[in-house]
Design a binder for this molecule. Structure first.
Ligand code: AMP
Ligand code: GLY
Length: 447
């Protein structure tokens, strides 16, 4: 079989790498892919339309390509094409695709929609109110902060409704910042249409856990959600969770403190009602789902759904998967997840991300990525490229050049979290590019 991965980040490199190992798959295409997928055995990048075409044009071009090349199965990495209806278009053209339709993708594309869904089906989550006008939101936050800064008032979480690439959530400790955020999202429209609607949400305090899962739910049939091992992203730029939010500075899997009691609580309070909701809404949800959890006082709360796998969680989770990823994707698509058994390797994976100087602000690019092959090989780590393209020239090394803020991740397997961590940092030590930086505490105490 031939498979196509849509996307070009570190997550998609990890998905392509795992798919290429499938007994069932002889060739993996990646559109657009990156320098990592270009160098992977049995993988090929597909550049159909050059830079920045409209999403619909890309989707139509992909459909023509899949038909022409007889590609059997397409797997979608990022949320934007899902929200724009790629799965509906593929299915209408009779093509097999792993990814929910646009109606279900609203669970990620609209936070207000997602909240409504959680309330309707009794999924445990932070309390929140949705606003479509700044006036109402300003009034509500005035009431929240009525006690003043010194009155022990907890912060308020302000969330833009739409997709905002990680910039849509502000935790406001005082009324001034809360007001400024509401005005900036709703009146100054700093996030465009994504900030037209917003949520004011109760602040929860505790460690975060990501649970990725495979979903097969088609109208009129009993659905299945199969959770993967837990993972933890570290979103802030600097050690000890300091500095600005980023797209993710590294992940570990599984999460040592996500114990059996919490897993059971997650199944009962979050996964089961979610599945009931997907069925009751009559969604065609054949794809992946990501539960973004926060643990407070021994209970799981759902912060968000993503309708895809996480980045960089995927780079930590897929290397632990001991089942055939190609077969899993087919079972998702065929609605045969009921009989599918997921096997996991014992041990742990630590996957820190190396970023370019300046990230998450303006950053350097175009630097060759050098590698000490002997030192890297000793760790048995895998390099997953993210913002990195294939290039010739430069020092001996990876054959890659940096092209994005999050440049690459290394995923190291170990008998336990500490061992995985040690190997991951040895592997990073064998890589180098100008201005390379990374957090030193991935998989450490903080979340
Ligand atoms: P989201 O885009 O919803 O995942 O939010 C981004 C980040 O904001 C989360 O990973 C949390 O760290 C934080 N966050 C979101 N909602 C809350 C909440 N209700 N209480 C505390 N922190 C939150
Ligand atoms: N790691 C968070 C995300 O993929 O959105």
């Amino acid at each position: 079989m031939k498979a196509l991965i849509i996307g070009g980040g570190g997550r998609e490199h990890a998905m392509a790498w795992k798919l290429a190992q499938s007994e069932k798959i002889e060739k993996v295409y990646a559109a657009p892919g990156n320098g990592g997928t270009a160098g992977e055995k049995n993988c090929e990048n597909v550049d159909l339309l050059g830079r920045d075409p409209a999403e619909e044009e890309i989707q139509e071009a992909l459909i023509r390509y899949v038909i022409k090349e007889n590609i059997d199965l397409t797997v979608v990495g990022p949320e934007a094409p899902l929200a724009a209806g790629i799965s509906d278009r593929f299915r209408a053209a009779g093509l097999a695709i792993v990814g929910p339709g646009a109606a279900a993708a609203r669970l990620e594309a609209s936070k207000a929609y997602a909240k409504g869904f959680m309330e309707k089906y009794g999924v445990r989550a932070a309390r929140s109110l949705a606003f479509t006008e700044a006036r109402g939101a300003l009034e509500a936050l005035k009431i929240h902060f009525a006690g003043g800064k010194t009155g022990g008032t907890p912060p308020l979480v302000i969330k833009a409704d739409g997709l905002a690439a990680g910039k849509g959530v502000v935790i406001a400790a005082d009324r001034a910042l809360a007001e400024k955020t509401v005005v900036s999202f709703m009146e100054e429209k700093t996030l465009g249409d994504a900030g037209k609607k917003l949520l004011l949400e109760e602040f929860l305090n505790g460690p975060e856990v990501s649970v990725l899962a495979a979903v097969s739910c088609v109208p009129g049939k009993k659905g299945v959600i199969l959770p993967f091992v837990s993972a933890r992203d570290h979103k802030r730029r600097f050690d000890n969770d300091q500095g600005p939010n980023t797209g993710g500075m590294g992940a570990i899997a599984p999460v040592p403190d996500f114990n059996a009691a919490l897993q059971e609580d997650f199944m009962e309070a979050i996964l089961t009602p979610t599945l009931r909701g997907l069925e009751a809404e009559g969604f065609d949800y054949r794809g992946f789902i990501f539960f973004g959890l926060l643990i407070q006082n021994g209970k799981c709360y759902l912060l968000e759904y993503n309708v895809r796998l996480g980045d960089p969680e995927t780079q930590a989770v897929l290397p632990l998967l001991d089942s055939d990823f190609g077969e899993l994707c087919m079972a998702v698509e065929n609605g045969a997840l009921n009989d599918f058994r997921l096997n996991w390797k014992p041990g742990a994976v630590c996957a820190p991300v190396a970023v370019a100087a300046g990230y998450p602000g303006d950053y350097r690019k175009g630097d060759p990525i050098a590698l000490n092959e002997t030192a890297f090989a000793k760790t048995r780590a895998v390099l997953f490229a993210a913002g990195a393209l294939r290039s010739s020239g430069g020092p001996a090394g990876t054959g890659l050049r940096s092209s994005g803020g999050r440049v690459l991740a290394v995923s190291a397997y170990g008998a336990n979290a500490a061992d995985a961590r040690k190997k991951a940092y040895e592997a990073l030590g064998a890589l180098n590019f100008e201005g390379m930086d990374y957090r030193r505490d991935i998989g450490g105490k903080t979340s």
